[in-house]
Design a protein around this ligand. Structure first.
Ligand code: MRU
Length: 351
């Protein structure tokens, strides 16, 4: 059964053995849905940011494998697993930082490997991918309920990038907490940063909050210090692409400088992320930060904003260390500092 949420957008969906997604590159000007039947198209969609946000690409990767299981002509379990492995590799290589992608692909591969025969694998893989999509919404809603306790009536909440319905299957992580706070009856307003260079804040966060009737003001990334120094911000909440066992949080480029500024102004800085965003094995030096193309920085709306032939550094993510974080909200509770200890306890409580 599919979860229905009336107050937000459904980013990615399995429909009649195809995958339907909102094309996020067209937002905020056009709300366009695109349909895919081949995992290679899903890989392109992830690479080109048609779909983005850690949980959304995790489920999209799973849907990519579900398409492959239907398309494969394999007649033996071994051949089907080999086709799936080939697809897994292509999907996995699209974006290196968000761990949800590897998590989603691995969960499907495990289901496929435990299948009896070709028919059984086909059915169970499609079912599992659909279940993951529905679970994503439920997880976000649970996270929202925990997170809402941290926010008060009349809070102004700053967020960065888009960790909303558009970054997940629906409802959102950081914006899910904002939605749940509002649904609990508290009056809140949001300040969203533009999030240069891809503008997930202005194009996506502001679009979806406006769509759902949540009060939001857009600021340039450069006005974060101004807003905090003027007392315009009560709390900050962001999503995450990967969280290590030590509490190091990888998220959209610019998160780190916002966390530092929040600390300076004694403003609580929260992260909201599902357990599927935790990577308990890696160390900071193991994490690959995706570097994106220079033209994202040297052009604006198709026009050049920098001279030709210059050097550009365009990392998609940065790392915020645990000492800058006031709490990490998950679907099973909130990890508070010291984060390494509370993350350990959180995962132990799950066993
Ligand atoms: O490059 P993007 O748009 O995929 O980056 C997205 C983010 O950094 C989000 O904050 C993160 O994935 C959390 S989404 C719930």
């Amino acid at each position: 059964m599919e979860s229905k949420i009336h107050s937000s957008l459904r980013t990615v969906e399995w429909k009649d053995n195809t995958v339907v997604m909102i094309d996020q590159t067209k937002l905020p000007n056009d709300l366009v849905y695109v349909k895919f039947t081949d995992y290679r198209e899903i890989a392109d969609a992830i690479r080109n940011l048609v779909v983005r946000g850690a949980p959304a690409i995790g489920v999209s990767g799973a849907f990519g494998l579900a398409l492959e299981v239907l398309q494969s002509n394999a007649t033996t379990k071994e051949d089907l697993l080999s086709d799936l492995e080939q697809a897994r590799k292509v999907l996995h290589e699209t974006r290196p930082t968000a761990v949800n992608l590897a998590w989603g692909l691995e969960r499907i591969m495990q289901v496929a490997k435990s299948g009896k025969d070709v028919l059984n694998i086909k059915e169970s893989v499609v079912e599992e991918a659909k279940r993951m999509a529905d679970e994503d919404i439920q997880v976000n809603m649970r996270m929202g309920k925990y997170g809402a306790q941290l926010f008060s009536d009349n809070d102004t909440i700053m967020t960065h990038c888009n960790a909303g319905a558009l970054a997940t299957v629906g409802y959102g992580t950081a914006l899910g907490v904002i939605r749940a706070t509002k649904e609990s009856g508290k009056k809140i307003t949001v300040i969203a940063t533009e999030t240069r260079p891809v503008m997930q804040g202005s194009r996506l966060t502001v679009f979806e909050l406006k769509h759902d009737g949540i009060d939001v003001s857009l600021i340039p990334d450069t006005a974060v210090g101004y807003a905090m120094a003027r007392g315009l911000v009560s709390k900050v909440i962001v999503g995450a692409d990967r969280i290590l066992h030590t509490g190091h949080v990888y998220n959209k480029i610019g998160t780190y400088q916002i966390a530092i500024m929040a600390k300076e102004h004694k403003i609580p800085f929260y992260v909201a992320a599902p357990l599927s965003t935790f990577d308990l094995k890696s160390r900071p030096e193991d994490v690959i930060i995706e570097q994106r193309k220079a033209s994202e920085v040297t052009t604006l709306a198709g026009k050049k904003t920098a001279p030709d032939g210059i050097n550009v550094i365009n990392p998609a993510f940065d790392m915020t260390p645990p000492e800058l974080i006031s709490g990490i909200i998950t679907e099973i509770g909130i990890a508070k500092p010291p984060l390494e200890e509370s993350i350990k306890k959180l995962f132990e409580s799950k066993l």
